[in-house]
Design a protein around this ligand. Structure first.
Ligand code: SAM
Length: 290
C-alpha cells in the first residue's frame, strides 16, 4: 500500500516516533506538515520536470518528497547526522535525490553543482530554511555568483519583508539593498505557525528571489558600496550626514561630507531609508573616484 505524504501531522509523528527523534532547536528544526503549503511553494518556484533543484535542510523529507515528485533532480544538504537514516527510509521510493551530509555554510556548493548537474544547468534553490542562519546562507549563495536562477525560501516573515522592502518603508535597510543588488525580490506567501511541527515562535513568509543577470546599478567598488550603505543606516533616526560623518570621521570633516552629498544633489538632512540603490551607487562611486 502506498504511504501518505510525509507532510501530514500523522505520518510525521509516526516517523518521529519510529526513530525516537527529538527536535534540536539550535538547528532551527521546524518541520512542515501541510502538503498544500508545499505545493504552493513549488508552484511559486516554477519547478517542473526540467528543473535541477537544491534544497537546504531536508529534515525528515517533507518538502524534499514534493520536490522529487515535481523536479528532475534534487540535491539536499542536511547537517544533522541523525536525519540521514530517516531520509534514507522516507525517500527510498525516489531515485532522483543526491543527499549530502554537510553544513551548507561550509559546503563548496559550486563544485557540487558542477559535479551533479554539469556546467550547463541553472539551478533553483527551494528551502524551508533554518531561521538562525537565513542571512548568512543567502549572502553566501548570492555572493559566490553560482549558476542559480532563483531562490524560493521559507523564512521569518519580518526578515522576508525586510529583504523585499522598497525605499521609504519601515522595513527598508541595508539587507534590502544587499538582496536586491543580486535579485528581484518578492514576498509570495504568508505562512501561519500552525503548519509546522513544532510551531515556531514567529510567523513565516515565502520569499521568491529571481537572480539578476547583472546588478541594476553600476558600482565601481562593491566593498565600499556596502560599507557606505551600512554606515548610512547606522542609526535609523539620524540624518545621512550625521551617520556618514560619524563613520568617516577620520577621513572627512562634516563640511566636506556636506559638500559631497550636495555635489550629487542629495540633501544631507535626508535619512538613509529614503535613498534608492541608484543614489547609494552614485555616492559610493564618487567616494571610490577619490
Ligand atoms: N525541509 C524540512 C521541512 O520543511 O519540514 C525541514 C526544515 S527545518 C526549518 C531546517 C532544516 O535545516 C533542519 O532539518 C536542520 O537540521 C537543517 N539545518 C540546520 N542548519 C543547517 C546547516 N548549517 N546546513 C544544512 N542543514 C541545516
Amino acid at each position: 500500500m502506498e504511504q501518505p505524504f510525509i507532510a501530514t501531522p500523522k505520518r510525521t509523528k509516526e516517523i518521529l516516533n519510529k526513530y525516537h527523534f527529538t527536535f534540536k532547536k539550535s538547528l532551527g528544526q521546524n518541520f512542515l506538515v501541510d502538503v498544500n503549503i508545499l505545493e504552493n511553494i513549488i508552484h511559486h518556484a516554477g519547478i517542473d520536470k526540467t528543473s535541477s533543484v537544491i534544497e537546504i535542510g531536508p529534515g525528515i523529507g517533507a518538502l524534499t518528497e514534493q520536490l522529487l515528485r515535481h523536479a528532475k533532480h534534487v540535491v539536499a544538504f542536511e547537517v544533522d547526522q541523525r536525519l540521514l537514516p530517516v531520509l534514507g527510509d522516507t525517500l527510498s521510493p525516489y531515485d532522483n535525490l543526491t543527499l549530502i551530509h554537510e553544513d551548507i555554510l561550509k559546503a563548496d556548493v559550486g563544485r557540487i553543482i558542477h559535479d551533479v548537474f554539469g556546467d550547463q544547468e541553472q539551478v533553483d534553490i527551494v528551502a524551508n530554511l533554518p531561521y538562525y542562519i537565513t542571512t548568512p546562507i543567502l549572502m553566501k549563495l548570492l555572493q559566490e555568483k553560482l549558476p542559480i536562477r532563483s531562490l524560493t525560501i521559507m523564512i521569518q516573515k519580518e526578515v522576508a519583508k525586510r529583504m523585499a522592502a522598497e525605499p521609504n518603508s519601515k522595513s527598508y535597510g541595508s539587507l534590502s539593498i544587499a538582496v536586491q543588488y543580486y535579485t528581484e525580490a518578492s514576498v509570495v506567501m504568508n505562512v501561519p505557525k500552525t503548519v509546522f511541527m513544532p510551531q515556531p515562535n514567529v510567523d513565516s513568509g515565502v520569499l521568491h528571489l529571481k537572480v539578476r543577470e547583472k546588478p541594476p546599478v553600476d558600482v565601481h567598488d562593491e566593498t565600499l558600496f556596502f560599507e557606505l550603505i551600512r554606515a548610512s543606516f547606522g542609526e535609523r533616526r539620524k540624518t545621512l550626514l550625521n551617520n556618514l560623518s560619524r563613520h568617516y570621521k577620520d577621513v572627512y570633516t562634516k563640511e566636506e561630507m556636506t559638500a559631497k552629498l550636495q555635489a550629487i544633489d542629495i540633501d544631507p538632512r535626508r535619512r538613509g531609508e529614503s535613498l534608492s540603490m541608484e543614489e547609494f551607487a552614485q555616492l559610493a562611486n564618487m567616494f571610490a573616484a577619490e
